[in-house]
Design a protein around this ligand. Structure first.
Ligand code: ZN
Length: 348
């Protein structure tokens, strides 16, 4: 539905936009992050076509190896296009599978394409400073712990507080180890955090830390499940925040690297919101002005395939859910910031 919406609003026909084919990640690519035994397990389960790849979250399906290798390879193709200077920014909406660990699947993620991309950038391009920014509602544990002691990765992760949501990690005291102490920044947010609070923290934290670190390449995991009314998570942001996140990161990429940025998708369980969030993210990257309303052709397709009424507006609005307002404990931005500043020198 995202691809169809991008097409329907005319983005894919814009002069400065190009759709590039993915490639399948090779065994050598996958081995940059995953171990051989796990890769062989995925291959075996892919032929069996049933059962689970972990303790019961991540189902195997027929062809899951090839599908996952293709999603990972699409991220590597985007990385190559950006690094070669053939394009300025890249986006892989099928990527962002940030929960997979070197030796196991987790949280619907089989191969961790952001982690593989980071290792690939280090090995093939010799990069020494990479930004990984993750705005999925879930903590990007596979990436963060995968590079927890690696100073080549500044990892900033905004997510719903692990006390309330899978995978239950990503607290402010987790700042990295060894040479990477202070290079892992976790921003846990309470349920129902809205645009204002989110953007306040984002503007305070991201530009400051990123400018001090001076990355050579920027990666943004843009999971759409931080959006209000997601079926799994409980943050309350709208496309307004996602547009600003992409805009800020794109400007930082321009300023610090001459425009090296790859955006990945990630989670997202409300189809109407996912399609709009990622379409608007891509429009922001391309400086493309989308129409205010969703095209009628897309609405018809949405209703036929999804079986729900299609949204009419492209931008989303927060629906205030009265039944939840009594439980709303807003984030204390000042407290979160003070806590982070006491632990992370890049923020001082
Ligand atoms: Zn998620």
């Amino acid at each position: 539905m995202t691809y169809e919406l991008m097409k329907a609003v005319g983005l894919l026909d814009a002069e400065n936009v190009k759709v590039a084919p993915p490639r399948e990640a090779t065994l050598k690519d996958l081995l940059l992050f995953h171990n051989d035994e796990y890769i062989r397990l995925v291959k075996r389960m892919s032929e069996v076509g049933s059962g689970f790849l972990d303790m019961g979250d991540t189902p195997a399906f027929k062809g899951c190896y090839d599908a996952s290798a293709l999603a990972a390879g699409a991220s590597l193709a985007a990385v190559d296009l950006v690094m070669s200077g053939k394009v300025t920014y890249g986006m892989n909406i099928a990527g962002g599978l940030h929960h997979a660990h070197p030796d196991r699947a987790s949280g619907f993620c089989i191969f961790n394409d952001p982690a593989i991309s980071i290792a690939y950038l280090k090995k093939n391009y010799g990069l020494e400073r990479i930004l990984y920014l993750d705005v999925d509602a879930h903590h990007g544990d596979g990436v963060m712990y995968g590079f927890y002691s690696d100073p080549a990765v500044l990892d900033i992760d905004f997510h719903e507080d692990g006390h309330h949501l899978f995978p239950g990690t990503g607290f402010t005291h987790e700042v990295g180890e060894g040479k990477a102490v202070g290079l892992k920044i976790n921003v846990p947010l309470p349920p129902f955090t809205n645009d204002e609070i989110y953007l306040d923290l984002f503007r305070e934290i991201v530009p400051r830390a990123v400018r001090k670190y001076r990355p050579q390449m920027l990666l943004l995991q843009c999971g759409a499940d931080s959006h209000a009314n997601d079926l799994l998570a409980h943050l309350q942001i709208t496309t307004r925040t996602y547009r600003e996140v992409v805009d800020v990161v794109r400007n930082l990429a321009d300023e610090l690297t001459g425009g090296r940025l790859v955006v990945f998708g990630g989670g997202g369980y409300n189809i109407a919101n996912v399609a709009r969030t990622w379409t608007l993210a891509a429009c922001t990257l391309a400086d493309y002005q989308p129409p205010k309303l969703t095209p009628v052709t897309w609405r018809k397709l949405f209703e036929a395939l999804v079986g729900e009424k299609a949204p009419e507006k492209i931008e989303t609005e927060r629906e205030v859910r009265a039944e939840l307002s009594g439980e709303l404990v807003p984030a204390n931005q000042a407290e979160i910031l003070k806590d982070l500043k006491s632990r992370v020198p890049l923020l001082s």
